[in-house]
Design a protein around this ligand. Structure first.
Ligand SMILES: [Zn+2]
Length: 66
């Protein structure tokens, strides 16, 4: 049976709550929070790239049709 590994702060080694985003002791972001931020940024970049591709595609189609 998997026992929950005690999460500790990277900076001050204080124990962290399971789903805490920040350390209660020093305010450092937890690894989970950093991972979530990275994921969010990646999704956002993907979305922006998609929009740019879409706009470029439409522009190309319109210019070719004239
Ligand atoms: Zn800390």
């Amino acid at each position: 049976m998997a026992t929950a590994t005690p999460l500790t702060c990277d900076r001050c080694q204080a124990p962290l709550a399971e789903d805490a985003a920040y350390c209660d002791n020093c305010g450092e972001r937890t690894r989970r929070a950093r991972r979530m931020v990275r994921l969010a940024v990646r999704v956002e970049l993907l979305f922006i790239a998609l929009v740019i591709l879409l706009v470029a595609g439409f522009t190309l189609v319109y210019t070719l049709q004239r």
